[in-house]
Design a protein. Structure first.
Length: 385
């Protein structure tokens, strides 16, 4: 027989969110969306499930190992449960909204489920909130999404933000330029991700000095850009660095107080990014609050378009927020007032909690239920400790 304790047990990486944190998360999501909407981003709502071949197409191919699959009993086709909302929004833009004017600004919020967690994020189900700026290849678009991420997080109370800017395609293009095959290129990327300079030197051979210099270039934006500017890079790589320099300038002009760093070899989690990307951190908070960057999508009927955007992870955002404040609650004893008395108090802004039966100790009952005030003889009385 299943015991009550067994019923409370949940699979690894899944959890119940309890009061008051569930309410805080819901309110935070709406405040983030409101900030996005204020900048002209329109909300879309993709489904939880899609046919496997569409969910895992394009940018979704990188999520194959993280996607739960099941058979649809109606269509007898395989379906996938979304592990990330960004590819879904890209699909909507490329199909249902393909005729909408560009640049197209969309935002979203919802839950996702992944097959396994990571060392920094053990949760397998968590909320995502984000934006996509679709059909925009300008440097101003790169700067806009970085600034919007910072503004939205600041608006909900996240302090001491830091943005780490990255160039995910850089190492791959340099590795191809020196003739490394696919296997050695992948090994080089892993070594750079681990910041393992010895492994980098072994794999890169005669070109090791270039890649170790890229490793050393990571740091505060001004110093990193200066170091990158001194390197002998191919023309395309130099253009990427110069674009990053100009984007940093645009961000600095709009938000000079924002902490910016650069890591030119960061690649993990940016498998489908094709240009400037970024990760959002907050001082003293474990894990990343979000990440984003530039990518391209296929259009229905042919062609491709440039896009950029970001996703915020609500589990980490919650850790960055102050403890939720509990609203004052007014206890209305049973039979002490007409039914509309509570309605009148709620119109005044009170949260009310009605007694269901007579209590000999009204104040004691109110305290037991977590109320801060009690209504006695039509007077609001504060319950002091």
């Amino acid at each position: 027989m299943t015991t009550l304790g067994d019923k409370a047990l949940l699979p690894a990486g899944l959890e119940d969110v309890l009061p008051p944190y569930a309410a805080q998360e819901a309110a935070t999501v709406e405040r983030l969306i409101a900030c996005f909407s204020g900048h002209g981003y329109q909300r879309v709502k993709p489904p939880l499930l899609e046919f496997e071949e569409t969910l895992l197409a394009g940018a979704g191919t990188t999520l194959t190992q993280q996607t739960f699959r099941l058979m649809d009993p109606v269509s007898q086709r395989m379906m996938g449960l979304r592990a990330d909302m960004t590819p879904q929004v890209a699909r909507i833009a490329a199909t249902r909204l393909r005729h909408a004017a560009r640049p197209l600004r969309l935002c979203y919020g919802g839950q996702i489920l992944q097959v396994k967690g990571s060392q920094l994020r053990s949760e397998r189900q968590f909320g995502q909130v984000g934006v996509e700026l679709i059909g925009a290849g300008q440097e101003a678009a790169d700067a806009e999404v970085v600034l919007l991420a910072a503004e939205a997080l600041g608006a909900v109370g996240v302090a001491h933000l830091s943005i780490d800017l990255n160039l995910p395609p850089l190492v791959g293009s340099l590795a191809a330029g020196i003739g490394l095959d696919t296997e050695n290129s992948a090994a080089l990327l892993q070594a750079l991700d681990r910041k393992d300079s010895a492994a980098v030197a072994q794999i890169a051979g005669d070109q090791a000095s270039l890649f170790t210099a890229l490793l050393r270039a990571a740091g505060p934006a001004d110093a990193a850009l200066a170091a990158l500017g001194k390197l002998s890079l191919p023309k395309a790589a130099k253009a990427d660095v110069e674009r990053l320099r100009r984007v940093v300038g645009l961000i600095r002009d709009a938000a000079p107080e924002l902490t910016l760093t650069v890591d030119p070899v960061e690649h993990r989690g940016f498998e489908y990014q094709t240009g400037i990307s970024f990760i959002v951190f907050a001082r003293g908070v474990r894990g990343e609050l979000g990440r984003g960057g530039r990518y391209t999508t296929d259009l229905l009927g042919g062609g491709r378009e440039f896009s950029t955007g970001f996703t915020l992870y609500m589990d980490t955002v919650q850790r960055a927020l102050p403890e939720p404040e509990r609203s004052p609650v007014l206890y209305i004893p049973a039979g002490s007032a007409p039914a509309d008395r509570g309605r009148a108090r709620r119109k005044q802004g009170w949260v009310t909690l009605a007694g269901l039966e007579g209590e000999a100790d009204i104040k004691g009952a109110a305290r037991r239920l977590g109320c801060s005030h009690v209504l006695i003889d039509d007077q609001v009385i504060e319950l002091k400790d």
